[in-house]
Design a protein around this ligand. Structure first.
Ligand SMILES: Cc1cc2nc3c(=O)[nH]c(=O)nc-3n(C[C@H](O)[C@H](O)[C@H](O)COP(=O)(O)O)c2cc1C
Length: 215
């Protein structure tokens, strides 16, 4: 079966937010779908390991911030490649809280508030059906599609995204004597060399060299 055909399926880009133990948590998702028009119901798909999933299961509520083409790519990298388990992701960006739920502002073009109706768990992921209970408009900017993120921003999906496809394995280069290892503090990608070049961008999450720490 040729799974690359799945690249032709279209999506948008969102940050799902929730509250866990009194603090805001959230992650990037591309799997929002409107299921009904009257009393709208939406579905989202989350990896069961994601901290945001655990928060939504506990509280039964979540927010969606609809990202625009001008949303800060660093926010997408942070929300899509690191976990709220270890980081307060929202604190690093422009956001607001309403009725306990966090919403990422960062040029988002709309905000949705959802109440969980049911959850169907599969091996790795779960589909959550939720009633739309509130909406708010954001910036008048075009929403970011997954295709825009992939082709224009040159972003990637991270391992827990339902759309993730592992890259073909590459032959490992023999380690040159005396080179150092630099680890991206957002996604864990390792750069090997004397020093990280000034214009280097992480090939996984797009962060610049300031995020690489020598191991
Ligand atoms: C472009 C992109 C799309 C993603 N889509 C989803 C998704 O639809 N569902 C999901 O569970 N994770 C998705 N992810 C992965 C989560 O954002 C990622 O696992 C995140 O680190 C989870 O954070 P958390 O542990 O704070 O919840 C996506 C990541 C990227 C970069």
């Amino acid at each position: 079966m040729d799974l690359t055909v799945l690249y032709q399926v279209s999506y948008g880009m969102y940050v799902a937010g929730a509250q866990k133990d009194g603090r805001p948590v959230g992650c990037v998702i591309n799997t929002v779908c409107q299921i009904t028009s009257e009393n709208p119901i939406l579905s989202i798909c989350l990896n069961r390991d994601n901290y945001t999933y655990k928060a939504i299961r506990e509280t039964g509520r979540f927010s969606l911030s609809i990202l625009s083409q001008e949303t800060n790519p660093n926010a997408i990298a942070m929300f899509g490649f690191s976990s709220s388990r270890e980081k307060d992701k929202f604190a690093r960006f422009d956001y607001f809280v309403k009725d306990g739920l966090p919403y990422l502002r960062e040029k988002a073009c709309g905000y949705l508030t959802c109440q969980v109706l049911s959850v169907t768990e599969m091996e790795t992921h779960a589909v959550i059906f939720a009633r739309l209970v509130d909406t708010a408009c954001g910036e008048k900017l075009p929403p970011m599609t997954y295709s825009y993120y992939y082709n224009v921003i040159k972003g990637k999906a991270s391992k827990n995204a339902p759309t993730y496809q592992a890259p073909a394995p590459q032959a490992r280069q023999p380690e040159a004597a005396g080179t150092s290892k630099w680890v991206c503090d957002v996604c864990g990608h390792v750069y090997e060399g004397e020093r990280v070049p000034d214009d280097y961008k992480c090939p996984i999450c797009g962060m610049d060299r300031s995020h690489f720490k020598e191991q």
